[in-house]
Structures are given as structure tokens and as C-alpha cells.
Design a protein around this ligand. Structure first.
Ligand SMILES: [Zn+2]
Length: 492
């Protein structure tokens, strides 16, 4: 029986005893994955649908080939093969590998002359025969939209402004928070509390007054995406959530724009260029998003501060290459970066001949409701936690002071518990709750909390499904508790 090394991605390692690689024996891909789920039962629900099929947001690669384009589950393996499980992270004819970037995108030409200041500013570009005056002019005539002015948007916007991109559009609606500064190098401590876009514009224009910074201070939505994206030559996906990621992808495919994709998770990053006219789109890679409760956000999972720096710089590099028609863009390739082992790996991506969006059989001709598609709480398709009773921080505060106070259960991770906690609570991380229900008294009133109230709503639903009758969720989580009841508790 062949022994294959199975690479476990970071989000799933906690279900595999923390291992990043496991030797698994089996004759085929299907048998290996089944064996893996047998040995590590916690992985099963992440890998398989309830009906036993591999989930569509999990792609499996044998060496660097997607098994969907080999013999799927029946693909035979041999000793020494490497099987990679590549889940989505908050991330026709196949493009030939190493296809040269011969078709620079059309950019509207403007006046050709550079001032002497510009010639000096861009001299290190002008000295490169591959860029030169003509290339620099293309950059000056180009318009790049960056969706999200956060961890990825910070380095991409800085480098693209420095490189002399004529117009940079930014989409964001947040204010700078002190917890952003660990990675969002576009902002300074003095910017805390300011709208991100206002601070970003000042910083980018200070760096390069020749770059126009156009602000779109709103949430990208199905109603505005096509209109916002249309004037731009290249779109950079610097988002941190699946609904916006699918929205950016779909709008780019519908408008025929290249989408420079980057995503980050703890110590791992993914980068690719989705250009549906020359290769696959994001939906070819992940036809469906993972359910929200399987994927923690950066706010919940943490991220190494320099990670988005590196991924964002790769995205800026690809954007410039696409604009200049230089080198080999990451079209049809997914670059995986693991900061802990400092390894880059590359997987081949193919255009899904059945892609609902970019294949000849496309059934989707417009934008859809992405919150519902991604099952985000509050959207019509995700009422799974609807009906979980809630308690406000103020009422809970009063109840805790009275006799028969409810038991408080903190369902966050130990790292979060170390930052803040409500006195008297017990810590049972959400992932362990099903195995530790014996520690809870069914007759007693229980209040669950997490950071924002989302995970604890899922956890409360789980307990209700297990027959607990007196379960409530703390509305807004410990951050709301800090805001309304006890400001000495750190918000994060
Ligand atoms: Zn596609």
C-alpha cells in the first residue's frame, strides 16, 4: 500500500493534533482522505458534506494537480506522492503553464510627456528596458481599484502609488482602529479613529502627488459593484470576507477585468491572478464558500502582522506585471505561502468547464445576493441561529448581581481568554463544546459569549439542539460588555 504525505492547511491543523503533514496509507485519493477522516474524526465535517461527498470549498491536489481534473476520488497514488488539502481562506482551456504575459490590457492613452521631476522620481523604472518611458507612461495612464484598505490594501496601495500608478481607487468604510496598526502600515497612531480612506489618501498623496486617489467610502455591494469597478483597468482583492470576495470575482468576470487575488490566514497566504479571459476565476477554484462557522475571521483567528505585507507586495507586483504585459503572471496558478516554514508552493489552477460564471455553460449572468450565498447570519439563507435567545449586557449585569445568577460560558479560544474575560465565566472553546457538555448543568440558566456574539450564537444553537432549555447568547459579545458595562475590559 503506498504511503503518501498529506499536507494539512493551518485552519484544519487543530483537528489533526496540530500536524502540518501526516503520512497516510491508501491506494487512491478517496481512500486516503477517508482514512485521514477516520484517524482524525474532527476533520470529517470540514472535508465531507453530510451526504459523504467532499465539500466543494475544499480542493485536493495530488502533487501540483487538482484531482478534479485527474480521476477525482479514484485517482491512484504512489509512494512519495504529496496530497495537499487547500480550503478556501478569507481565500474551458486551461492557461498553459508559464504562459508569457503577451496581452497587456488596453489602457486609454493620454499626453506622453514626463516632467523632469517625474523623470527623476521614476528613474529606476526608466532604466529597466522592460519598463522604460513607455512602460512608465502605461502605469501613469492606468487605474487600479483596491477593494479593502486593510492589511492587504496597505502595502499594495503604498507600492502602487510609489510606482506611479496614475489613479488608485480605494473601497472601504471603516475607521482606523488601534488593533489595525500591527499590520496596516498605511496608518499611524495619530490616525486612530479617523476614516481609513481619509488617512490613506493623505498618506498616498504625500508619497506621490502624481497619483490621484479616488475614494469609494461605502461597502461594496451588488448594487454598486459594477459601477464602481467599471472605470478601472485592474482590481485588487484585498477583502477579508467571503461575500465580498465572491462579489469582486463575479463583478470582474462580468466586466472582463483582471482580479489580483490575495488572502491571509494566521501564518499562511494565497495569491493568484484571476483573469477569466485568459484563465480560471475564483469560482473555478472554489465553486462555493465554506459555511461561516467553519472559517474564523482575522479578528477571531489572528494574523501575523508581516504576512499581509508580503502577500500585498506580491499582489502589487502582479498588478504591475499585468498592466505592463511583463513576465509570467500568476494566471492559472495558485501561490501558497507558509511563513512558519518559509516555503512557497505553487498549484496549477484550471478553468472549470462547468463554472457557473466564466464557462461557456455559465448560468449566472449578473450579480447575486452574496450575503445569502455565503450564509452570513442575518441574511435570508442563514437563519440557523435565528431564534437563539439573547440577553443584553445591561440585563446580564443585573442578573449576575441577583440570586440564581446564570452560569457564564466563554466559547472563545484560550488566546482570547488571555486578553479579556468576564469575571466568573468558564472557558470552553466552541470547538470543544460538543465533547464537554457534561461540564454544564442542564437545569441551570446558561449565558454564552464570544468576542462579537456570532460564534456564541452558533454555540448556543448547538446546546439547544442537544436539549439544553435555558441557553442565551450575550448580544454583541464581550466587546459590547466592555462598551456597556465594564470599560476596564480590553476590546479587541
Ligand atoms: Zn470560473
Amino acid at each position: 500500500m503506498p504511503t503518501v504525505t498529506v499536507r494539512i492547511p493551518t485552519p484544519l491543523r487543530s483537528f489533526a493534533d496540530g500536524s502540518s503533514e501526516l503520512p497516510v496509507e491508501g491506494p487512491t485519493v478517496g481512500a486516503l482522505v477517508e482514512r485521514l477522516a477516520e484517524e482524525h474524526p474532527g476533520l470529517r465535517r470540514h472535508l465531507f458534506n453530510p451526504d459523504g461527498r467532499l465539500r466543494s470549498f475544499v480542493t485536493v491536489y495530488l502533487n501540483d494537480e487538482d484531482v478534479r481534473y485527474l480521476e477525482k476520488d479514484a485517482t491512484p497514488v504512489k509512494d512519495g506522492d504529496i496530497l495537499s488539502i487547500v480550503p478556501a481562506i478569507a481565500g474551458g482551456a486551461p492557461a498553459a503553464r508559464g504562459a508569457p504575459n503577451r496581452a497587456p490590457i488596453q489602457i486609454t492613452e493620454k499626453a506622453p510627456t514626463f516632467s523632469s521631476d517625474e523623470l527623476r522620481r521614476y528613474s529606476r523604472h526608466l532604466l529597466l528596458p522592460e519598463v522604460g518611458v513607455a512602460g512608465q507612461k502605461r502605469l501613469r495612464d492606468a487605474k487600479v481599484l483596491i477593494v479593502g484598505a486593510g492589511g492587504l490594501g496597505a502595502p499594495t496601495s503604498l507600492y502602487l502609488a510609489a510606482a506611479g500608478i496614475g489613479e488608485i481607487g480605494l473601497v472601504d468604510f471603516d475607521a482606523v482602529d488601534v488593533s489595525n496598526l500591527q499590520r496596516q502600515v498605511l496608518y499611524t497612531t495619530a490616525d486612530v479613529g479617523r476614516p481609513k480612506l481619509e488617512a490613506a489618501k493623505a498618506r498616498l498623496e504625500a508619497l506621490n502627488p502624481g497619483t490621484r486617489v479616488v475614494l469609494h467610502s461605502e461597502r461594496l455591494s451588488s448594487a454598486n459593484a459594477l459601477e464602481i469597478l467599471r472605470p478601472y483597468d485592474v482590481v485588487i482583492d484585498g477583502t477579508d470576507n467571503f461575500p465580498t470576495r465572491y462579489l469582486v470575482n463575479d463583478a470582474c468576470v462580468l466586466l472582463g477585468k483582471p482580479n489580483v487575488y490575495g488572502s491571509i490566514y494566521r501564518f499562511e497566504g494565497q495569491v493568484s491572478v484571476f483573469d477569466s479571459e485568459r484563465g480560471p476565476c475564483y469560482r473555478c477554484l472554489y465553486p462555493e464558500p465554506p459555511p461561516p462557522d467553519l472559517v474564523p475571521s482575522c479578528a477571531e483567528a489572528g494574523v501575523l502582522g508581516v504576512l499581509p505585507g508580503l502577500v500585498g507586495v506580491l499582489q502589487a507586483t502582479e498588478a504591475i506585471k499585468v498592466l505592463l504585459g511583463l513576465g509570467e503572471p500568476l494566471i492559472g496558478r495558485l501561490l501558497l505561502y507558509d511563513a512558519l516554514s518559509l516555503r512557497f508552493r505553487e498549484l496549477r489552477l484550471r478553468k472549470n468547464p462547468q463554472c457557473v460564471l466564466c464557462s461557456p455553460h455559465a448560468t449566472q449572468k449578473g450579480l447575486i445576493d452574496y450575503l445569502a450565498f455565503c450564509g452570513v447570519p442575518g441574511s435570508p439563507a442563514a437563519e440557523s441561529t435565528a431564534g437563539v435567545p439573547e440577553v443584553t449586557p445591561e440585563s446580564l449585569h443585573a442578573e449576575l448581581a441577583a440570586p440564581d445568577a446564570p452560569m457564564l460560558v466563554d466559547v472563545r479560544e484560550p488566546e482570547e481568554w488571555a486578553i479579556s474575560r468576564i469575571e466568573g465565566a468558564v472557558l470552553i472553546p466552541k470547538g470543544q463544546l460538543a465533547d464537554r457538555v457534561d461540564e454544564l448543568t442542564r437545569a441551570r440558566s446558561l449565558v454564552l459569549y464570544c468576542r462579537s456574539g456570532r460564534r456564541s450564537a452558533d454555540a448556543a444553537k448547538l446546546l439547544i439542539d442537544l436539549g439544553f432549555r435555558h441557553v442565551r447568547n450575550l448580544k454583541g459579545g464581550i466587546n459590547a460588555w466592555s462598551e456597556k458595562v465594564d470599560p476596564t475590559i480590553v476590546r479587541y
